[in-house]
Write a protein that binds this ligand. Structure first.
Ligand code: NAD
Length: 384
C-alpha cells in the first residue's frame, strides 16, 4: 500500500523525534512491502520565522490532502513573548479545528521494564498496565455557552455543558471500536448521578453497547474513576469520557506511567453531521484484518503526536526520548490504516529494546547508563 503522510516537525525536539519516527516507519515499509510518501510542512515557531504565521495555509492544505498527519511539537523560548494569536501553540488549535478532530486517544502504558518509573507501589502496578483513554475533544463545557451575569450574590461567571446524541454517539463508536481492537473492555466515565448531560451520555453509550456484545461494558462515576486509576489501574482497558473529565483523567493516567517521553496520542478526524455507522460500509472496504480502521468510520484525516511538548531545554542535544513519536507512528498504522501488523511490529521492537535495558536519559535509573536519541532509534530499527 502507498500512504501519504504529512509531517509537521515543529520546534525544539520536534524535528529530532519525527526523524526517528520516519526512520522506523521506512524500515517497516521495506519489511512489509509498503511505501510512505512523507511530505514536511511548517508549523509553530519554525513557521513563524519563515512566513510570519504559526499555521500557514499551505500546511493546512497539505494536511487535508494527506492520508494522515504526524506532528512533533511546537513552541520554545524564542517565541515566548509573542501575544496569544501569534504564538506557536495557536497552530495546534488551528490544525485540530481544520481537521475537525473530535476524539483524543491517549494511551497510558506502563512497560514492565519501566516499573520503577511509576510513582505507584509495586503491588499496585504489578507487571505494568495498558490503558487507552478516549476523550471527547470538541464539545462539552469547554465549548459551551459562557460569560458573566448578575446572580443571587452579584456578578457571577458561568460555563455550560451541552452534548448532543450525535456527539456522544460518534465518540462512543470510536471507543467501542477501540475496545474491539484491544482487550474488549470499555468503561464509560460520567457524573450521571448529578449531570443531565451525563445521563444522556450514559443512555447513548448503553444503546451502543447492544451493538457491541463482544465488548464488556461498564459505567463509572468520574470521582470513583480518579480513585480507581491510582488504586487499581490494571482493571482498565479502554475508558471513554467527556472533554473535561478526559482532560483531567488522561493527565492523571499519564503521570502514573512515570515518563512523558514514552506516551503517544491520536486525535481522530472530522465528520459531518451524519451519525456514524461503521458496520455497514457499502463499498465493502471497511474490514481490514476483520477490523475497520477509523477512516471508514466516516472520518477523514487523523493526527498523531507525542503527548509531550517541544522540550526546548534539551533540543538539539540528541538526548530526547524518541519513543513517544515512534509509538505515535504505530498508532497511525493501527487506527488510520488498520495495519495492526506494522503497529505490532513497532510496539514489539520498543518492548524488546526496553527489555534489553536500553534507556534514554529521561527513563534511565538514577546514575544509570543511557544512550542518545539517534542510538535509541537505531536499536529500535534493528529489532523491527
Ligand atoms: P515539555 O513536555 O516540552 O517538557 C517538560 C519536561 O519533560 C522537560 O524537562 C523536557 O525536557 C522533558 N521532556 C519532554 N519530552 C521529552 C522527551 N521526548 N524526552 C526526554 N525528555 C522530555 O513541556 P513544557 O516544558 O511545559 O513546554 C515546552 C514548550 O512546549 C512550550 O513552548 C509549550 O508551550 C510547548 N508544548 C507544546 C505541546 C505540543 O506541541 N503539543 C504540548 C505541550 C507543550
Amino acid at each position: 500500500m502507498i500512504y501519504n503522510i504529512a509531517l509537521l516537525k515543529g520546534d525544539g525536539i520536534g524535528p529530532e523525534i519525527i526523524d526517528s519516527a520516519v526512520k522506523v516507519l521506512e524500515k517497516t515499509a521495506e519489511k512489509f512491502g509498503d511505501k510512505f510518501n512523507f511530505k514536511p510542512y511548517l508549523i509553530g515557531g519554525a513557521a513563524i520565522d519563515a512566513t510570519g504565521q504559526p499555521l500557514p495555509q499551505e500546511t493546512v492544505d497539505g494536511c487535508l490532502e494527506s492520508d494522515s498527519v504526524l506532528l512533533g511539537a511546537v513552541g520554545g523560548y524564542k517565541w515566548d513573548n509573542l501575544s496569544g494569536e501569534q504564538r506557536p501553540e495557536k497552530a495546534l488549535l488551528g490544525i485540530r479545528s481544520a481537521l475537525g478532530l473530535f476524539t483524543n486517544l491517549r494511551p497510558a502504558k506502563l512497560y514492565p521494564a519501566l516499573r520503577n518509573a511509576s510513582p505507584l507501589k509495586d503491588e499496585v502496578v504489578g507487571n505494568g498496565f495498558d490503558i487507552m483513554i478516549v476523550r471527547e475533544l470538541t464539545g462539552g463545557i469547554y465549548f459551551g455557552d459562557r460569560g458573566y451575569r448578575q446572580g443571587k450574590y452579584g456578578t457571577e461567571a458561568y460555563d455550560t455543558e451541552a452534548y448532543s446524541v450525535t456527539e456522544i454517539e460518534r465518540i462512543g463508536r470510536v471507543a467501542f471500536e477501540t475496545a474491539v481492537k484491544r482487550n474488549k473492555k470499555l468503561c464509560s466515565v460520567d457524573k450521571a448521578n448529578v449531570l443531565e448531560t451525563s445521563r444522556l451520555w450514559r443512555k447513548v453509550m448503553h444503546g451502543l453497547s447492544e451493538e457491541y456484545p463482544e465488548v464488556e461494558y461498564s459505567d463509572m462515576f468520574v470521582d470513583n474513576a480518579a480513585m480507581q486509576l491510582v488504586r487499581n489501574p490494571r482493571q482498565f482497558d479502554v475508558i471513554v469520557t467527556s472533554n473535561m473529565f478526559g482532560d483531567i483523567l488522561s493527565d492523571e493516567a499519564s503521570q502514573i506511567t512515570g515518563s512523558i517521553g514514552m506516551l503517544a496520542s491520536a486525535s481522530i478526524g472530522g465528520l459531518g453531521e451524519k451519525p456514524l455507522s461503521c458496520r455497514n460500509d457499502s463499498e465493502g472496504k471497511a474490514q481490514i484484518n476483520g477490523v475497520p480502521p477509523f477512516k471508514n468510520l466516516g472520518s477523514k484525516i487523523s493526527l498523531y503526536e507525542p503527548i509531550h511538548g517541544s522540550a526546548p531545554d534539551i533540543a538539539g542535544k540528541d538526548i530526547a526520548n524518541p519513543i513517544a513519536a515512534i509509538l505515535s507512528g504505530a498508532m497511525m498504522m493501527r487506527y488510520s490504516f488498520g495495519r495492526n501488523d506494522i503497529a505490532e511490529c513497532i510496539e514489539n521492537a520498543v518492548d524488546k529494546v526496553l527489555e534489553k535495558g536500553y534507556r534514554t536519559a529521561d527513563i534511565a535509573e538514577k546514575d544509570g547508563e543511557y544512550i542518545k536519541c539517534s542510538e535509541m532509534t537505531e536499536r529500535i530499527v534493528e529489532f523491527l
